[in-house]
Design a protein around this ligand. Structure first.
Ligand code: C2E
Ligand code: CA
Ligand code: CA
Length: 446
């Protein structure tokens, strides 16, 4: 894979988080004695720009912002793209005063309009500042504090900067920030567990494998669902080591189920975030665990969303190709909600489409216009999968009516609370001890 692309962001050409991780070990080697400032820059209301002007303009705006900042930067300063609308500027040999001077300058620069394809776009930003050694001497400490300071700047009404202040009163974010700190602290991942949600063949209702869904057994807050922590762990990069850990757990589980002859639980599908999918290490770890646990690659499926696939098609193509050569299958998750353009399916070695549950949800309002339209779209997506020789799996089946409809539409696989909820390994083995289908066991009426 192209070395430059793994260390840089394809849109702005700025160095990315991978680059930052590598560079941090050099940069912060003598952090105790050197003075380094982190300026965490978040664009205000960027979502709105996306909605009003569209992705195309928003992308152009991001690269224009990067260009404008690079233009004013001086020696010993560097700029990184951390995620969507978040940039990080690092200033070496810096004092707090110097960092504040630059924060003000950046705010001013970004306030000037951006001319994007005949349109003047106005944007403001919020900046959080942390310094070493006062606020920390590791990348994680400095990033998290600069991020916290950025949130504090937003709370002050946006379009401003704020220096990290541990005593600043939070409004509502307290719980999140504590969690974020805990995530760093628990770098061992022992508190994370996988729950498994079965998938079924729509005709026989026999199990066709499980999807692994992460849970956080938090010592204070109890069992947390992905909605409480995945977004944050993507933001601070914890998702990367966490996914490798989950991947290893899945491989151990595959080995165990193979040994015990419980083949109906296989394959295990695991969810791969875009941040992880871009990592060369994903391929290295995958290969390592396949070998270490003697795994048949057909027992493992990677689920990626359409936006992950589309983010950098060239790269996705290479990764999919590589995984395909390894024998690991790829499923497109939440299919149908992201993009109207399905052309990417022609280039990627994908084997399954997991159709988002939103299409089932609309069917509730029987015989309404929306329900009819949703049903037509659903039918076509299932058709599309069949013509492309992909497995169609519909997510979110919550009642017998939906199941019946999907049988009529010739869908292949189904998943949903009506059939089985995500559950611990123990409950899975207790509830589904054998390959016997739900029909045979008379758990679902025929
Ligand atoms: P997803 O991949 O679309 O996973 C399916 C989610 O829908 C699961 O929520 C599942 O509990 C829920 N679900 C399943 N059947 C039904 C149903 O019939 N009705 C309804 N209302 N919901 C249903 P969960 O476990 O909370 O996961 C949410 C999301 O978090 C996942 O969405 C996935 O995007 C992400 N996620 C979960 N585990 C991981 C992981 O290990 N790594 C990464 N990167 N993301 C993960
Ligand atoms: Ca999924
Ligand atoms: Ca999904």
């Amino acid at each position: 894979m192209n070395h430059f692309m793994t260390l840089h962001d394809y849109l702005t050409n700025l160095p990315n988080r991978n680059f930052l991780n590598q560079y941090a070990s050099v940069l912060l080697k003598d952090a105790e004695s050197s003075h380094i400032s982190f300026l965490y820059i978040n664009l205000d209301r960027f979502k709105l720009i996306n909605n009003v002007f569209g992705y195309h303009h928003a992308d152009k705006l991001l690269s224009a912002i990067a260009k404008r900042l690079i233009f004013i930067m001086q020696d010993k300063m560097s700029l990184y793209r951390l995620s969507g609308d978040e940039l990080l500027m690092i200033i070496e040999n810096s004092s707090p005063e110097k960092a504040q001077y630059w924060a003000e300058l950046i705010l001013e620069e970004l306030k000037k309009p951006f001319l994007i394809e005949d349109k003047n776009i106005y944007i403001t930003s919020s900046i959080g500042i942390s310094y070493s050694p006062e606020h920390g001497t590791t990348l994680q400490e400095l990033l998290i504090r600069a991020d916290t300071a950025m949130v504090q700047a937003k709370q002050q009404g946006r379009n401003t900067y704020h220096c990290y202040d541990p005593d600043f009163p939070y409004m509502g974010k307290q719980f999140n920030l504590n969690l974020l700190n805990d995530l760093y602290a628990s770098n061992t991942f022992e508190q994370f567990v996988l729950h498994y949600q079965p998938k079924f063949d729509v005709k026989s209702l026999a199990m066709t494998g499980v999807e692994a869904l992460v849970r956080w057994q938090h010592p204070e807050h109890g069992l947390l669902l992905p909605k409480d922590f995945i977004e944050m762990s993507e933001k601070n990069g914890v998702i990367i080591p966490m996914t490798y850990w989950l991947l290893e757990q899945s491989c151990k589980q595959i080995q165990a189920w193979r040994k015990e002859g419980k083949l109906h639980y296989l394959p295990i599908s695991i969810n791969i975030s875009s941040l992880v999918f871009e990592q060369e290490n994903l391929l290295l770890y995958t290969e390592r665990y396949l070998r270490q646990y003697n795994i048949n690659p057909a027992d493992l499926v990677f689920e990626i969303t359409e936006s992950t696939a589309m983010k950098n098609l060239q790269k996705s193509y290479q990764v999919c190709q590589y995984l395909d050569e390894l024998g690991i299958r790829i499923a497109i998750d939440d299919f149908g909600v992201g993009y109207s353009n399905f052309l990417y399916l022609k280039d990627l070695t994908v084997s399954e489409l997991k159709i988002d549950r939103i299409f089932l949800r609309d069917l509730e309002h029987e015989n309404t216009k929306e329900a009819n339209k949703s049903q037509i779209i659903l039918a076509h997506m299932i058709e599309l999968a069949r013509h492309l020789e992909l497995t169609a799996t519909v997510e979110g089946v919550e009642n017998p009516e939906q199941l019946k409809l999907l049988t009529q539409l010739n869908c292949q696989n189904v998943q949903g609370f009506y059939l089985a909820k995500p559950m611990s390994k123990e409950l899975l083995e207790q509830n589904f001890p054998t390959v016997m289908s739900l029909l045979e066991r008379e758990l679902i009426p025929t």
